[in-house]
Design a protein around this ligand. Structure first.
Ligand SMILES: Cc1cc2nc3c(=O)[nH]c(=O)nc-3n(C[C@H](O)[C@H](O)[C@H](O)COP(=O)(O)O)c2cc1C
Ligand SMILES: [Fe+2]
Ligand SMILES: [Fe+2]
Length: 399
């Protein structure tokens, strides 16, 4: 691993982690990842991003290949997640006079990440930093993907430092996109990264892309994965982000009914709820899905793109069952607010599943219909009729 020249004034000094197979607990990283960091050299020197703490040694060596770290005047953090800020404390020991530039929110977070004093200055949207012969423009990018995020743009090199945006968990010994041999593998990693990190923030992606449209960038230096170029994959990357972030309106009302059922009791309630929804909205796209028999990623996607949904669980060991919680763990919390939700399930004696699910969905600010619907053991015809009524209420609450 070594430092690599990106242009006359920009160098890549980050580190590769090809063996990583899970990132942030929940993301599979089949192709590993990289913790990118860049040096911009004018008369003064700026370091952009500060890599992962586990790789501080090799990171420092890479920096030394380009510049004596004591000469770093500014450390710019586009975002403070520890994959970008983990090595900051160690790097600042090498350049104690350096000033950390980041959004005000980021500097606030850094207090509790670095846990010792350092020089810092918040940067505002539109602010320009002159390094002498080369400048950097800062653009706030809220919720891409934390409240702290900013973009940094270098007009002299037409280069955008986009942080996690346009990133990918794709480790490679090639610095540039155009040198990657396995383009399909890269595209798979790029889509997986978008879905996991930016899927919940689509409106913010649209807003962020509108803000950087004024910059005629030809190179993007993201914080993970290869450097993107206009001759290489940059057009693909930009087109993909635009397409994936476009708001989708369902052609017909889409109301998936998710459930688990050990002995078929909750399954019967699910079928009755589907009947109720269809009685109110005959052309609704409304189907019941057994979570044990369906792919969880597909189920999560159906939930997040629904107009309303229902979720059912029997009570096992005083709670809803794990696949149902797993489904809810994939909820896009920002966009789910006010979404009508029906909660149902069969139980034997204590019946905690429905109230526990109602409590979680209420804390996510969804619009739970009534107090949920539960039935003791095997539903009677009257119970199924009531479940159908509950499905009708769900359909009626869709705006
Ligand atoms: C392993 C196991 C644990 C259970 N634990 C509870 C419980 O803690 N509280 C309760 O009310 N019912 C409990 N039950 C009873 C089920 O909720 C009840 O049989 C229900 O009708 C099953 O619905 P289903 O056919 O949709 O799975 C349990 C059942 C099983 C199989
Ligand atoms: Fe991040
Ligand atoms: Fe990151």
């Amino acid at each position: 691993m070594a430092a690599n020249k990106i242009s006359d004034r920009i160098y890549s000094v980050g580190v590769q982690n090809p063996d990583l197979r899970v990132f942030d607990i929940v993301m599979a990283t089949k192709y590993g990842t990289s913790y990118n960091s860049y040096i911009v050299k004018g008369e003064e020197v700026a370091l952009i991003e500060a890599s992962h703490a586990d790789f501080e040694g090799v990171y420092e060596e890479n920096i030394r290949q380009v510049v004596d770290p004591a000469k770093i005047k500014y450390v710019i953090l586009n975002h403070t997640e520890p994959d970008h800020s983990g090595a900051l404390k160690d790097i600042l020991r090498l350049c104690p006079e350096a000033t950390v530039l980041a959004s005000a929110v980021a500097l606030n977070y850094l207090k509790n990440i670095v846990n010792e004093p350092f020089n810092s200055r918040p940067v505002k949207d539109g602010e320009v930093l002159d390094l002498g012969g080369v400048t950097l423009n800062f653009t706030t990018a809220p919720l891409l993907h934390w409240p702290d995020s900013i973009f940094t743009y270098c007009p002299e090199e037409k280069t955008l430092f986009s942080c996690d945006v346009f990133g990918s968990h794709y480790s490679s010994d090639k610095t540039f996109d155009k040198d990657i041999a396995d383009v399909d593998g890269y595209k798979e990693a790029f889509k997986g990264y978008y879905d996991a990190i930016f899927g919940p923030f689509k409106p913010f992606v649209v807003a962020g892309m509108a803000k950087i449209a004024k910059y005629p960038f030809e190179t993007v230096c993201p914080s993970h994965g290869p450097v993107l170029t206009k001759e290489g994959l940059l057009p693909y990357v930009l087109d993909s982000y635009r397409a994936w972030s476009k708001p989708v309106r369902n052609a017909v009302k889409t109301v998936p009914v998710f459930y688990c059922s050990a002995y078929g009791c909750t399954a019967k309630l699910a079928a009755a709820i589907v009947d109720g929804v269809k009685e109110v909205i005959p052309d609704a796209n409304c189907e019941a899905y057994d979570l044990i028999k369906n792919d969880m990623a597909v189920m999560r996607e159906k939930l997040n793109s629904s107009d309303a949904f229902a979720v059912g669980s029997p009570t096992l060991n005083a709670d809803a069952v794990p696949p149902v919680w797993d489904l809810l763990a994939g909820i896009d919390a920002i966009n789910i607010r006010k979404r009508p939700v029906a909660v149902f399930g069969s139980f034997g004696w204590s019946g905690e599943a429905v109230p526990n699910l109602v409590s979680r969905l209420t804390s996510l600010k969804t619009a739970v219909v009534g107090e949920g619907f539960k039935v003791c053991f095997v539903p009677t015809d009257a119970d199924l009729e009531a479940a159908k009524e509950y499905g009708k209420q769900l359909a009626a609450s869709i705006k």
